[in-house]
Design a protein around this ligand. Structure first.
Ligand SMILES: [Zn+2]
Ligand SMILES: [Zn+2]
Length: 158
């Protein structure tokens, strides 16, 4: 007898009803977590006298989640003035969709490079990293370039 489907449907319904029963009394359908978490942060994180992004001294500061992770950890939050909070939200949105890189370069056209794994890589950042590496260890880079050229030559010959 195939009664598995019926049974699982029933148990699923039971489970969802049990889940409903476990809801805390102050549970709200809309905006759950967001407001209370902000209140929690505002209560636990000492208020900064200035914006932690631009340094402007103001009392109009919002608690902003760094990287939009919304964790219950005050070190993952900072105080931002209204304009900075707005900018941060906008930037995190476009960063999520890979429109700009970590440093704020536009990931499009000639600046966009897709690596072997299919990751969207910022060419400007790549060259910054390369320059830094070069400065750090010129010899190693030269050796690496030499090895790379040799490798290219050997593949061409084949
Ligand atoms: Zn600011
Ligand atoms: Zn970049």
């Amino acid at each position: 007898m195939k009664n598995g489907t019926k049974h699982s449907k029933e148990s699923r319904l039971k489970n969802s009803l049990a889940h409903l029963g476990k809801r805390p009394p102050n549970y709200k359908e809309t905006g759950v977590g967001y407001t209370s978490l902000h209140q929690w942060v505002a209560y636990h994180k000492p208020k900064s006298p200035f914006c932690e992004r631009c340094g402007k001294i103001t009392t109009k500061l919002d608690a902003s989640s760094i990287n939009h992770t919304y964790e219950r950890d005050i070190s993952k939050w900072r105080w931002l003035c209204r304009p900075c909070h707005g900018k941060e939200d906008k930037e995190s949105g476009i960063r999520k969709h890979n429109i700009i890189c970590k440093r704020g370069h536009k990931l499009e056209g000639v600046n966009l490079w897709l690596n072997n794994r299919g990751d969207r890589v910022c060419k400007e950042c790549k060259s910054i990293r390369a320059k830094n590496n070069y400065r750090k260890d010129t010899f190693k880079v030269k050796e690496r370039v030499k090895a790379y050229r040799l490798k290219i030559r050997s593949t061409i010959k084949r």
